[in-house]
Design a protein around this ligand. Structure first.
Ligand code: C2E
Ligand code: CA
Ligand code: CA
Length: 718
């Protein structure tokens, strides 16, 4: 054990303080050169002791701090200890922030040097600088920022920034120590409050938008974000809240939603509104023990008025209609403009029908007053379909769909009336929906075929065939066109179907001519005149298949003239110019205006089979048939009597001067192969009077054909 009073002991004692000091320690001579430096000092400067000793301290100090450092160094040399901060650049070029303590070394009353001790403050200074920036940003932020103490019940605020003060009107003094629930008020959503509470309790982040109230009582929409702040031990010590006033955005959204969900012409809510609110309306009705009813109101004959009197007047009628229907509805009803001239009224009423019937009556009465446009008076009516919600809320739009279906029924009755939706209607619609899909499938997979029914003359020779479509359904076998043609006309599927028929008929014309069938008739749908480039299509097929004039005949019904007759006539003229014949089908069953017989480019009449059917028993049917025949003669049109089922009918028609016939008595519609057999038999059996017997034989032969059985009522799948 060395002597504690010995020089050597003392020497080691103080050297330890120097050598093992964890902080950099050094001595400088009065010239400012390093005389000593410990290991911590070398580590800080990242240099070997040898590289440092003898060098002037200024080589480390950054330029800007040198002057100040010199003053401190001189003051230390003058005997006063100094504390100051400097920035140095170590050997790696890294800037370090140091706290320096300089103590003069005094030996025998003389300053012989300066002792230095440094403390590295670089990290602390960086953190402090960051905090200062953060603090300034928080102060300057345009969002409200609050900090709450998570360790105290009720999470009192310890800080609010100026933006928060501006946004809420509360001063920091008002807020510190209390919390933000002061901002809640009567219309603040309870759900939003609950989500904040549960988030805070679970120390989770919360993001919500809620209506808040300022100190002066006015409200604003607050987009609030709350995040927990954790310490090093991962404990939540604070909550930080960021609030943004989004009132402008919310107002804008409200305006946009309003515009998107309302019709600008009538100011009524529109279909989008209906779809998003219907469920709520139904639920509200049920909560009051009432049933939700939908009244689907469609104006009768609005389109032609709109087309002929101008859209300005049309608009006027629609907005007046909206006001009139509103006047007929109970106060708490909702009236929606569903589209075009369709309105939907939602009325909550007791289940029994009288109340709603009365309302429907009131709505129709609204139309007894004419609509006025300058000197023109227009009287309109409406068709109304009514459906009742059955309590199933998951598909509330079904209610509207059902009222729509019922409206169609009211239309079928001629309009100006109402109809209730019922289950039969539902089943029919279901059936149609299925059929419609199957038709689509049929088109895609080629399930259609063309059959040909011969047309014959007084000599019982074939003068042509009518192409009749057959659908060979994969499950149901052959289905009558009467079942799906009207549907296809409503859905528009008739267009691709007709396209197929035209293509097929043209393609078979040459083959038919070869077997002695000089002409082929096809049925056209009214839709083809209104939506299709019909003439162009016929012209192209005509050129491609090089048909002779008169080889093709198109059959149209009188109702093609219901819409835009001028245009239909123009198209028919062009069709005639192509060398294609035009026949009026089912003559006598349509709207039968004799004037069109004068102007129409039509050269053939097909007398409907209902007249032919009654010809032997009903004198009126006989009279109409005779009249039609003589008119056709006068107009130099050819005639075909349809639905000839007995020899008696044939003979009588012959007496009346008929020249063309079609019907089961002669032949049903046949597949092409059977038609070949049939016509072949006819051709090979001359003389003339044998042909009838031969065709009778064919009839028997064909009765074995599995496809059809002969039925007086028309086409029945066999
Ligand atoms: P339609 O144009 O009047 O065709 C004549 C209908 O009368 C055919 O019925 C035919 O089988 C039937 N018929 C012929 N002779 C007799 C008879 O002696 N007695 C009875 N009771 N009926 C007879 P089908 O084939 O069922 O066609 C029904 C309707 O479907 C056609 O009436 C036509 O309007 C439409 N249709 C058929 N094929 C097409 C087509 O390719 N395109 C379009 N657009 N409609 C078609
Ligand atoms: Ca026809
Ligand atoms: Ca017909």
């Amino acid at each position: 054990m060395p002597d504690p009073y010995s020089h050597e002991y003392n020497e080691q004692h103080y050297r330890s303080l120097f050598t093992y000091n964890p902080d950099p320690v050094f001595t400088l001579n009065p010239a400012g050169e390093f005389v000593q430096i410990n290991q911590a000092g070398c580590d800080l400067i990242e240099a070997e002791e040898g590289e440092i000793l003898g060098k002037h301290y200024e080589m480390l100090v950054v330029e800007e701090d040198r002057e100040r450092t010199r003053r401190h160094f001189e003051a230390a040399l003058a005997g006063n200890h100094q504390r100051y901060e400097i920035r140095i650049r170590n050997m790696q070029g890294e800037i370090l922030q140091l706290d320096i303590l300089n103590i003069p070394i005094i030996v025998n009353g003389q300053v012989t040097g300066v002792h230095g001790q440094a403390r590295d403050r670089t990290r602390e200074r960086r953190t402090e600088a960051r905090l200062r920036i953060l603090e300034r940003s928080v102060e300057a932020s345009s969002s409200g920022v609050t900090i709450a103490d998570a360790g105290v019940p009720g999470f009192p605020l310890i800080y609010v920034n100026p933006a928060f003060e501006r946004m809420t009107g509360y001063r920091a003094d008002d807020m510190i120590g209390s919390n933000c629930s002061i901002l809640q008020g009567p219309d603040t959503s309870q759900a939003a409050i609950a989500s904040i509470r549960s988030g805070l309790a679970a120390m989770r982040e919360v993001h919500t938008a809620l209506l808040n109230y300022r100190k002066d009582g006015s409200s604003f929409w607050n987009d609030l974000y709350i995040a927990p702040v954790r310490n090093g031990a991962d404990e939540v010590t604070h909550f930080i809240g960021i609030q943004t006033d989004i009132s402008d955005r919310v107002r804008q959204e409200e305006v946009l939603t309003y515009q998107a969900s309302h019709d600008s012409l009538t100011g009524l809510p529109n279909r989008i509104y209906l779809e998003s609110h219907l469920q709520g309306i139904c639920r509200h009705a049920q909560a009051r023990k009432l049933a939700p009813h939908a009244l689907f109101i469609d104006l009768d004959g609005f389109k032609p008025i709109n087309d002929s009197l101008g859209h300005a007047f049309g608009d006027e009628i629609l907005s007046q209609t909206a006001r009139r229907i509103e006047a007929a509805l109970p106060a708490d009803s909702t009236l929606v403009r569903f589209g075009g001239d369709e309105f939907v009224a939602l009325v909550s009423a007791p289940e029994e029908r009288q109340t709603i019937n009365r309302i429907a009556e009131l709505i129709l009465e609204q139309f007894s007053r004419p609509f006025l446009n300058e000197d023109v008076e227009i009287t309109l009516s409406a068709a109304i379909g009514i459906a009742t919600g059955n309590g199933a809320l998951d598909n509330s739009m079904l209610l509207v769909q059902q009222s729509d279906m019922a409206m169609y029924e009211a239309k079928k009755l001629g309009g100006n009336t109402w109809q209730w939706f019922n289950q039969t209607l539902d089943r029919r619609v279901q059936h149609e929906v299925a059929l419609r899909q199957q038709l689509q499938q049929a088109l895609a997979t080629n399930q259609f075929e063309l059959f040909y029914q011969p047309l014959f003359n007084n000599e019982l020779a074939i003068i042509g065939v009518e192409a009749l479509i057959r659908w060979n359904h994969p499950d149901r076998g052959y289905i009558s066109p009467a079942e799906y043609i009207p549907l296809a006309e409503r859905t528009g599927q008739i267009l691709p179907i007709s396209e197929w028929v035209m293509q097929e008929a043209f393609a078979r014309a040459a083959e038919l001519a070869d077997m002695g069938v000089p002409a082929i008739s096809i049925n056209l749908s009214p839709l083809q005149f209104h939506r299709h480039n019909l003439v162009e299509r016929l012209a192209r097929l005509n050129v491609h298949y090089q048909l002779a004039p008169g080889q093709l005949c198109v059959e149209i019904t009188e109702n093609v003239f219901l819409n835009d007759p001028k245009d239909v006539i123009r198209q028919l003229r062009e069709i005639r110019d192509l060398g294609i014949e035009v026949a009026i089908d089912d003559f006598g069953t349509g709207f039968s205006s004799l004037s069109y017989m004068r102007d129409m480019p039509v050269n053939k009449i097909k007398i409907d089979r209902t007249f032919v059917n009654g010809i032997t028993s009903n004198t009126r049917d006989a009279a109409i048939t005779r009249g039609t025949l003589s008119m056709a003669r006068e107009l130099e049109m050819s005639v075909v009597a349809e639905g000839v089922e007995t020899e008696e009918q044939f003979r009588l028609l012959q007496q009346y001067g008929c020249t063309g016939y079609q019907g089961f008595w002669y032949s049903r519609a046949l597949p092409l192969a059977d038609l070949r057999t049939f016509s072949g038999a006819l051709v090979t059996t001359a003389p003339e009077n044998q042909c009838w017997h031969q065709s009778q034989k064919n009839r028997r032969a064909l009765a074995d054909c599995p496809v059809f059985s002969v039925q007086a009522t028309g086409f029945i799948p066999g």
